[in-house]
Design a protein around this ligand. Structure first.
Ligand code: GLN
Length: 243
């Protein structure tokens, strides 16, 4: 078996260790002898997006989001084709924002999004940034799991009809909000950065399985020994719940 993954804007969107997500996917595939084929597509580059099982895009500062705004629109049709062909998407923070209607930064610059979904994001000048540890209870195709990580964003995302999960600790889509992220069965958008997959073994396998299922039909993953990951998860989330 093989997993074909595209890292979109590897050159500009890589904040707070987002590349750790790629490393975790690679590690968990290779442990199972699943061939991990990684390609990148940056500014001014194009590819056949629909050939990929999984497309990943990380977060970025306002400046980076502005740099890629026009380029992203030039990729819209290809990304839309990938969505129609069932490619799975994992989008972090700035990447998540730009799949919605728009992102307006704290200086009032409006960056148009791909407008695939109804949600939109604004970063009001007078509002505090959402920074810190996050813990959510997510519903992944009717499997309820906890996901933990770190967020740092000024953007407040509204009108998310299908959030990824309920906030237990942290902010989520808006300052002190009830819900975090977006998930519609195919696209996961979240404010949780680079340590997302290294910290969340269950979510990592959920994504790998889903992306492989798109290519091979029903797939069973060989379980890995996640004692270390699970202990780390337990320790950090217990600490989060206490503070
Ligand atoms: N620049 C965006 C914001 O502040 C996204 C930040 C990020 O990707 N961490 O909301």
């Amino acid at each position: 078996m093989e997993l074909n993954i595209l890292w979109l804007y590897h050159d500009v969107m890589d904040l707070y260790g987002d590349r750790g997500n790629i490393q975790t996917l690679k590690y968990r595939c290779e442990k199972r002898n699943i061939q991990f084929n990684l390609e990148t597509c940056g500014l001014n580059e194009h590819t056949d997006y629909k050939q990929f099982d999984l497309i990943f895009m990380g977060g970025g500062a306002d400046k980076e989001q502005k740099i890629l705004a026009n380029d992203l629109i030039s990729k819209k049709q290809g990304l839309q084709d990938a969505l129609q062909q069932g490619t799975i998407f994992l989008l972090i923070c700035g990447g998540y924002q730009l799949f919605g209607q728009y992102y307006t930064d704290a200086n009032g610059n409006k960056i148009p999004g791909l407008a695939f979904y109804d949600y939109y994001t604004t970063a009001p000048q007078n509002k505090k940034r959402c920074v810190g540890n996050v813990l959510i209870q997510a519903n992944l195709d009717d499997e309820i799991i906890e996901i933990c990580g770190f967020e740092n964003h000024g953007g407040q995302t509204e009108n998310v009809k299908t959030p990824l999960g309920k906030v237990i600790v942290g902010h989520g889509n808006q300052y002190k909000h009830q819900f975090e992220g977006f998930y519609n069965g195919q696209v996961i958008g979240t404010y949780i950065h680079g340590p997302l997959l290294p910290k969340n073994a269950k979510l990592s396998d959920f994504i790998i399985k889903k992306a492989l299922t798109r290519r091979y039909g029903k797939v069973t993953l060989i379980p890995l020994d996640d004692t270390f990951e699970n202990n780390a998860f337990k320790m950090i989330t217990e600490r989060m719940k206490k503070t």
